[in-house]
Design a protein around this ligand. Sequence first.
Ligand code: DGY
Length: 415
Amino acid sequence: MNYYTTPSESARNILIANDRGGYTIPTSGLYPYQWNWDSAVAALGFAEFDINRAWVELETLFSGQWADGMVPHILFHKPDPGYFPGPDVWGGTGPIPSSGIIQPPLAATMARRVLDMDPVSGKERMRALFPKMLAWHRWIKAWRLDDHGAVCTTHPWEAGRDNAPDWDNTMAAIDASDVGEYQRRDTSHVNSADRPTKYDYDRYIKLVNIGREAGWDQAKLLELNPFRVADPTMSFTTLRAARDLLAVSNDLGLEADGLSADIDRLEAGARSLWNEGLGAFDARDAHTGEWAESVSNASYLCWYAGIESARMLERVKTVLTTVPHPIPSYDPHMPKFDERRYWRGPTWAFMNMLTGFGLAEMGHGVEAEALRLKTARLIAGHGFAEYFDPLTGGPAGGNSFTWTAAVWLHWAGRN
Ligand code: DGY
């Protein structure tokens, strides 16, 4: 009898343990519902051992799609008092209790990868999902683009990089003095040094209150919402998703009117996020036009979006050789770097995977492989944590984390 559990067995066990029947929670306690981009990554992990379950994950995500095409960032399938802010605070208006914002659209890209793994069984599943994914793309195009065609985030949680320094200036201009008392739940599950501060949380809740009070009416929110930042995460993932939708529509002969033109516009928008002074792709406040001056791990998603950059390639080579556990979510040489605090320094395995996909696809196999092996070593040595200290490799945030397990199965841990 072999008592040793391999990392791949552990990863499968994590996905199975986090499966709540049709959807997967990111980790128990801290995140007890279905999160949009986590779910898309989970599908890749399931596809390695249960391709039907991979499709089910994506289908359940789209079962929460709103009538206008929006796909919420959280679906509250079952009540759980251990999470704040819950369905009542959000007041989502879709078919399933939900939040009122999106997350970076990974679903179309991951669905295409799942399809490629088994085109025969996947074709009909893809045909059924395709119009829903296209409707979501069109919703993003209608409500999230700035004048350049860059995609904006309307809440730090929408870009998925909650407390990234990218938002600091925009957040500083938000008056959250009227949010009142509320009970955070995240810091009762994990170390508060790994999480956003109260200052940030007050502003997160203030922005939720503005959205709920506007009934999530996007036309009204264009006027009311003080937070609108054109961002590399949203811009690169939306562009990539549009490219994948176009490829699928060509392969399967599906209607996708206007998608080629959308891609041109999104590409111009993504390129407009190049901050020459910084020498990196950066976030830009859509109201003020001000750069964030932030080199984040989202800056490295350019290749994932099909955009080449010699300067970013130099940067990635440097990061791979100088940071012990790359890619940090914020440049360690910058003053706001904080190696444990969520998106202000820590390394995220799934962001590495997206960057690795892009590097490999655009002919940078050496860097892609170096990043994959370093990510594999990080997970094998420190466990399936939510994120990792980029200097020591120490695990941070939640543990037994779905997307870290999925990354191991689909990418990092492959021989
Ligand atoms: C949280 O609650 O911390 C999440 O990141 C919101 O999506």
